[in-house]
Design a protein around this ligand. Sequence first.
Ligand SMILES: [Zn+2]
Length: 450
Amino acid sequence: MTKLPITPLENWVRRKIGPDRGIALTRSAIDRYQLQALNRTLDHARQNSPFYREHLVGLPQTLTSLDRLAEIPFTTAEDIRRDPLALVCASQDRIARVVTLETSGTTGTPKRLFFTAADQELTVDFFHHGMATLVQPGQRVLILMPGQTPGSVGDLLVRGLSRLQVEGIVQGPVDDPAAAIDHALKEKVDCLVGIPVQVLAMASHRQGPALAGQICNVLLSTDYVPDAIVARIERIWNCRVFKHYGMTEMGLGGGVECSARKGYHLREADLLVEIVDPATGLPLADGNTGEVVFTTLTREGMPLIRYRTGDMAAFRLDSCACGTVLKTLGRIRGRQNAMLEMTRRGRRFFIGDLDEKIFAVDGVIDYRGRIDRQDHHTRLTLHIVPVELQSLDTMKACVREAVLCLSAIRSAMADGRLTVDIQLADGPVAVSTGTAKRRIEHRRERNTCR
Ligand SMILES: [Zn+2]
């Protein structure tokens, strides 16, 4: 068996945490570096941000061990929404980009994030090294993400790829799968970077198989990535699909899979990632699923300290087949608030579980869900987006059968507490074209379902 190449992030992290040039990277070297970088970040934040000055009051001036990380209070999305400028640690003239994230929450207040040119360079550098697993010099990449604005994800990716002598071509999010396929054929790209349902819509399109043999690798990003989508794209194009985990708050990039494709290796020179119990906030040992919390270690514009992402995942206990000492974050199980309680007896599942079942059905390229609760009864309505208007009754039957594989749904139906209604999406057949995370809409008629 040929040995898998080690993730390019390993050497990159080793060089960044230096100065032990030529010496193999070790966990203790990473821990030592992260503790120093964390203390630098705490100093920077206390000195330059009114929010952190108050937020971090009472902490010792210098943290002596990463074991004491839990003494630092969390930062939340709400802190950013309330007064984003209070978290900014650089003067306004040094801010190169402001990103506004619309929220689907009830407050309606958007989140604003601030980055300096040096912060953006960190992202370009990560994209440069992270993409080295997928592309070789001379290859071409079609980027199916926003990229027109300087500093946008597509723009930073083009810049990172150019350092690998790889040409990045920005197409933008896919609103017309046939046009995106044509563009990929015309540009003779070897690799695609896109949003899971949008790339699935391209692969599943009747012209999609034309890209088989041309596309070698695909990177799926932005949203939580269902394995069922990965499997379908790989089958149609006979390519390798890699996953990237990141969010704007992380500086867009967080972690990327190596050739083993068994989880995300993290940019540990820039981010300190922890898993905590979402209810108690206490740190969890590796192997346990909890909420992903991260601290930026090198960010100057708006450092985030123990920021709660709401995403649920676990660190893998086994070492990666590529042989890296970097940690591997396992599958993102979806957001904590994307967990659905089916009954008062607490039968529940993640939207991610539903995704795995529904996207495994051939011909489904997207869906939207809605939960209506009335008294003790719940109705789960799934609006399915099919690739083409054919064999729809069969598809609906397949989706029903697939969701019934989830025991929480099956038992709630057996109790007569749940009805599952499967419909086809109204209007023109279209996948979600935005970059927002999937949500299930909740409607509660009367608040008696608890
Ligand atoms: Zn690996």
